[in-house]
Design a protein. Structure first.
Length: 153
């Protein structure tokens, strides 16, 4: 039993070791640029993770491509331009504000405003309905009093 657990742990540790993505750079500026770029580019498979956080095969390929481009001496802007030309603005975790991405930036604000307006209208209608019910109740009470007075005399 102990040997089985030991073998299982060794197998799992080798799998975990392959998941680590280590890249060697000539200078710390390239390392910093690499770390910044992989944290700004979106995994196209996962869509809610950066390529730094994703374990998808495409994310690994994109990390390798960023590494190779940095080794070739390309700048951060050139790499971002290459990625956006190839995959569109969606590859950026924080896409720029453009006509195409306007809905991504303004959509949440528009939906928030629509929600606030809807809540305001519902509350207003409920108040109007309550005042109408009170007015009708008062009219009914007045009618009852008039009928009761009419019966007495």
């Amino acid at each position: 039993m102990k040997h089985g657990i030991l073998i299982l742990l060794l197998i799992l540790s080798s799998v975990a070791a392959h998941a680590i993505d280590s890249r060697q750079f000539d200078n710390p500026e390239q390392q910093e640029a690499y770390e910044t770029l992989i944290s700004e580019l979106r995994c196209l498979v996962c869509q809610n993770q950066t390529i730094a956080d994703s374990n998808a095969e495409l994310a690994s390929d994109l990390r390798r491509q960023v590494y190779e481009m940095l080794q070739q001496g390309k700048s951060r802007d050139e790499i971002v331009q290459f990625m956006t030309d190839r995959y569109g603005d969606f590859v950026l975790y924080k896409p720029p504000f453009k006509a195409k991405t306007g809905l991504l930036w303004l959509g949440p604000i528009v939906f928030l405003m629509l929600g606030i307006i809807a809540v305001f209208l519902v509350v207003k209608r409920k108040k109007q309905a309550a005042t109408q019910e009170n007015g009708q109740a008062e009219k009914l009470a007045k009618i009852r009093r008039l009928l009761d007075e009419g019966d007495v005399s």
